[in-house]
Design a binder for this molecule. Sequence first.
Ligand SMILES: C[S@@+](CC[C@H](N)C(=O)[O-])C[C@H]1O[C@@H](n2cnc3c(N)ncnc32)[C@H](O)[C@@H]1O
Length: 286
Amino acid sequence: MYKMYSNKPFLKIPPLSNAEYERWAALLENRLGIIVPKERKLFLQSKIWSRMREVGYTEFDKYWEFINSGIEGNLEWSQLVDRLTVHETSFFRHKPSFELVSEDLTEKINGHTKPLRYKIWSVSCATGEEAYSLAMVAHKACKDTEKDANFGVTATDVSSPAVAIANQAIYSSDKLENIDKPYRNYITKLSDEMFMIRDSLKKRMAFGVFNLLDVNKPSNVKYDVIYCQNVLMYFDKSVRQQILDGLVNHLARKGLLILGQTEINAWTHPKMTRVNKSRTLAFRLK
Ligand SMILES: C[S@@+](CC[C@H](N)C(=O)[O-])C[C@H]1O[C@@H](n2cnc3c(N)ncnc32)[C@H](O)[C@@H]1O
């Protein structure tokens, strides 16, 4: 008889008890800031189960012990995080926000007499599409001027598998439809199914794993744009505020903080003013 999973017999998912749900949900909240409400207990159960089966565990508490043990546990945690986070993204996902970056960079190029080194940070870059879109916009603006202007994009995410995909810079052709003609020369077609991002952009990128909960750790690098979209909604309201307050400290003079339009209500900060551009939610350091 044909057996598809001869070494992994089909097992019914054992229910996650309420106590187990609570400790897993607390772990996610403490380590990632992500809230998994009780109504999503089945989601949590099935995601943990699918990952723990891959590494050979059949009991939630044994897998819990593994996750919480030393270096191997930390490595496994990063794989589990990948399963528990949503990486939905696309190139040029929110066009008005990219237009704002292009306008800001062009204005800074025109207003600068010294060489300009424009720094952008995509703080939850998922598989990289947002970061490469930012790089395309910045590359085009720098290329279109005779002045000495250059840029760099730092792109981070808490999921290391997602960051590895971003670094690879290879995407399926269905993603091309969101890349408008002026930006198509930043890609090379590999086959009918795949394309890759050209080196002219890749060399301007730095990808890394970063947890937004660590945003208050000091850093000397200051960014002209911090692009933070479609991630705050996973956090509790007070954590969102803390993250945004922390991001302000990473902005350069007159730097922009660009958020997703519906991500936070009524955030204000004494050092920031709201940018007046329709269909965007952005703030500028005074
Ligand atoms: C829906 S994607 C958004 C991707 C992109 N910013 C966009 O708008 O298309 C959300 C991303 O946030 C990341 N994320 C979740 N919690 C995070 C945290 N604590 N720190 C950094 N990134 C996190 C997830 O791994 C995921 O890749």
